[in-house]
Ligand binder design. Structure first.
Ligand SMILES: C[S@@+](CC[C@H](N)C(=O)[O-])C[C@H]1O[C@@H](n2cnc3c(N)ncnc32)[C@H](O)[C@@H]1O
Length: 359
């Protein structure tokens, strides 16, 4: 681990500087582009460089101290992280940015395992197969990545349409591009929007789908409230998300060692404080959701992180990683922490489903 840390810090030293410059304002008005426009001014570029160096040092310090981010730092950081890393992920892994379904556990067809995960989750949640009664007609994909789930679901269910939201402009554009290439532009569309305040009317969707995005949400109560708000009466909500283990009776928090692992992962993947599957169930109950069901699929997805780490150990991935900059390199380092968290039993791959009460 020490060696890996050294490698990580040296990569950080060589690549962090440029990223810190552009990260200062991730929404397009980056200091680096500002500096380009005034390249003739040595004084300006010197102060920009000093500012960039300072930002880099602050970022390194915050990473080493695993400092928590504010909600607005998180929101900008998530957009920036996925803008920067989604192309590399797609080049290596394709259009699905989530775990795979490893049954049998030694399967190596990883992309198919990811597609199977979607189908198995739908089946587990009781969503009928195509042609059955009550199959989904209108889906919202909350935290859609580049839209892999939405396109799969609309292909699976005749006449179904999907709208996806993400914080990353790159992902929304790429999602729409892929929908067009696959002849699905009329049925699947993607936009930049915040799951904490969705741009949809109440009671709009008969399937509310959130696959590995809940862990990013800074206020889980508000998140759950939004999912229920946009669901149609009788509509189904499916949340598949990283959680920490349920607390034992008498426990009031995780151990300090467990907290330390999660805090480091939070810095790398732009996550706020974690919650447990139990916490989600309680929030849903409080909101009046019915038909609540939960499950832990940590054992089913277990081989995934090893496969991701292996996939990054080749020249193409390494070069892509180096080009993608500090946040992506840090994300790669955090894969080892995810593996450690799952092995230690503190990280759980949680499935929660419920329906919105029919009035
Ligand atoms: C790990 S990716 C999962 C993508 C996709 N569900 C999939 O499985 O391919 C997490 C996604 O959550 C999105 N996300 C995180 N916080 C969000 C928020 N507050 N509003 C909307 N999307 C958000 C990110 O932009 C990203 O697209």
């Amino acid at each position: 681990m020490t060696l890996l840390r050294l490698l990580f810090l040296s990569l950080l030293a060589s690549h962090g500087f440029q990223e810190a410059l552009s990260f200062t304002s991730p929404r397009g008005s980056s200091i680096i582009s500002g500096a380009k426009g005034k390249s003739s001014s040595t004084a300006s570029s010197t102060s920009t460089s000093l500012f960039g160096l300072r930002s880099t040092l602050v970022e390194i310090r915050n990473s080493l101290l695993s400092r928590d981010r504010t909600d607005s730092e998180l929101k900008d950081g998530i957009a920036f992280f996925y803008d920067r890393s989604s192309k590399l992920w797609e080049d290596v892994w394709g259009e699905h940015m989530h775990h795979g379904y490893y049954v049998p556990e030694n399967r190596t067809d990883h992309v198919q395992a990811q597609i199977d995960l979607i189908d198995e989750v739908l089946k587990w949640a009781g969503v009928p197969e195509n042609g059955g009664e009550n199959c989904p007609k209108k889906v919202v994909d909350v935290g859609c990545g580049i839209g892999g789930s939405s396109r799969h679901i609309v292909k699976k269910y005749e006449g179904c349409t999907a709208q996806g939201i993400t914080l990353s402009p790159y992902q929304a554009n790429r999602g729409n591009e892929l929908a067009k290439e696959q002849g699905l532009a009329e049925r699947a569309s993607f936009q930049v929007a915040d799951a904490m305040n969705m741009p949809f009317d109440d009671n709009s969707f008969d399937l509310v789908w959130s696959l590995e995005s809940g862990e990013h949400m800074p206020d889980k109560a508000k998140f759950v409230n939004e999912l229920l708000r946009v669901a149609a009466p009788g509509g189904r909500i499916i949340i598949v998300t990283w959680c920490h283990r349920d607390l034992e009776p008498g426990e009031t928090s995780l151990s300090r060692k467990e907290e330390r692992i999660l805090k480091k992962i939070n810095r790398a993947y732009y996550l706020p404080k974690w919650c447990s599957v139990n916490d989600y169930v309680q929030l849903l109950e409080k909101e009046g959701a019915v038909d609540i069901k939960r499950e832990d699929w940590s054992y089913i997805i277990a081989p995934f992180w090893k496969a991701v780490i292996q996939s990054s150990l080749n020249v193409k991935s390494m070069m892509g990683l180096l080009k993608s900059g500090f946040s992506t390199i840090r994300g790669a380092y955090a894969m080892l922490l995810m593996l450690r968290g799952f092995n230690a039993g503190v990280i759980k791959f949680g499935l929660i489903t419920c329906t919105k009460e029919k009035k």
